[in-house]
Design a binder for this molecule. Structure first.
Ligand code: FE2
Length: 366
């Protein structure tokens, strides 16, 4: 299937209960700069929005301002979560028409939003659960984000006081879907967006005594956009994917992996900001050199910070996972540094899943 030309992930929109406080969290814990705001003060009556940036990553945090907001039910159903993954395209109408022709369900038809800074074009289609993909084009837009948004009041968040932790781009974004639905969504990304399958993991790769899952990684033609799709597999006890599906109330975004050029520096800064990460046992580091060979980083430092390493034939990669960022055990983040390897850390799955299961046991959801 031919590609719909996609440039990159333009932004990720979260629908949250209190965007003002979420902005404070992503700024002061994850090091984002708050750059724009929409809300009552900018004549937007139904919702508040904050735009946060770090490197090439843009997050938009949106909260409804009353029970008349058409998306209100999301908060009851999901708690906070990712509502939309927006993809930058050269031609919004062409991308939308082609996606719908190939079977995508339309959510918002193409619109050209205008203000004094130009024209911002957008449209959206439905993906897994109630998660959407917007197509956006800002080639003719020079404003801070999109019409309705104004630069943040520097009295509130001064850019000179932002403390970035070195996150540069989104590496991949992972979907959790129901048991038996992974292949349906793999086919959807192939058919509708022209993605191809990069890797697949089955329950033999990814299982512990209790937890099992299957996963396929889909990517666009340029390889810049990667969406792994997970489904739970049969196991003795409830898997982390089932736990997610229960608490999110259906399929949705499980984690967002963000790339750094220096994971030690990034994780050290985030730990100093009180971000909670998963920990693996000390024995993981005793066996590390045998498993991955020589690496540039100091293993004692990796052990101190809880950073994991995996190697494939092209090189190695370093990664670490946060604990869920809300009370519901749903969305979490991955920090990743690639040194040649394009892998997703298969060699770490067992140690990681055992770490997740220890957390599940504490929650009584294993
Ligand atoms: Fe990941």
């Amino acid at each position: 299937m031919n590609d719909i030309p996609l440039r990159k992930i333009d932004h990720v929109r979260f629908f949250v209960g209190n965007a003002r406080q979420s902005a404070f969290f992503y700024r002061n814990a994850f090091g984002f700069d708050v750059v724009a705001y929409a809300g009552l003060e900018t004549k937007v009556r139904h919702e508040a929005g904050y735009v946060l940036k770090q490197g090439d990553i843009t997050f938009v945090l949106t909260s409804p301002l009353s029970d008349q907001h058409p998306e209100c039910y999301r908060l009851i159903k999901h708690g906070d979560g990712v509502m939309d993954i927006a993809l930058e395209v050269p031609d919004v109408r062409a991308a939308f028409d082609e996606a719908v022709r190939r079977g995508a369900q339309p959510v918002r038809p193409p619109e050209a939003l205008e203000d004094e800074y130009g024209v911002y074009e957008t449209a959206s289609i439905l993906a897994y659960g109630d998660t959407t993909h917007s197509f956006v084009n800002r080639d003719r837009y020079r404003g801070v984000f999109a019409p309705g948004f104004k630069p943040i009041d520097p009295d509130r968040y001064n850019p000179s006081t932002a403390r970035p932790v070195g996150l540069v781009a989104i590496d991949h974004m992972v979907a959790n879907v129901e048991e038996g639905k992974m292949n349906e969504w793999v086919d959807w990304y192939a058919k509708v967006l022209g993605f191809t399958q990069l890797i697949s993991f089955d329950d033999k790769d990814i299982s512990t005594e209790y937890s099992a899952l299957m996963s396929k990684v889909m990517q666009n033609g340029t390889g810049r956009i990667k969406f792994p799709i997970n489904e739970p597999a049969k196991a003795k006890r409830r898997s982390q994917i089932e736990e997610y599906l229960t608490y999110y109330g259906g399929p949705g975004v499980q984690h967002i992996a963000m790339m750094t050029g220096d994971i030690i520096k990034t994780v050290r800064a985030m730990r100093a900001n009180d971000v909670s990460f998963l920990r693996v046992p000390k024995t993981y580091y005793e066996a590390l050199t045998d498993r991955v060979g020589t690496i540039q980083e100091d293993i004692r430092e990796l052990a101190e910070l809880g950073i994991l390493v995996d190697r494939d034939d092209e090189g190695y990669m370093l990664q670490i996972f946060t604990k869920p960022v809300s009370d519901r055990p749903t969305l979490f983040f991955e920090i990743i540094q690639r040194r040649g390897s394009k892998s997703f850390g298969k060699g770490n799955f067992k140690a990681l899943f055992e770490a997740i299961e220890r957390e599940q046991a504490l929650r009584g959801t294993l």
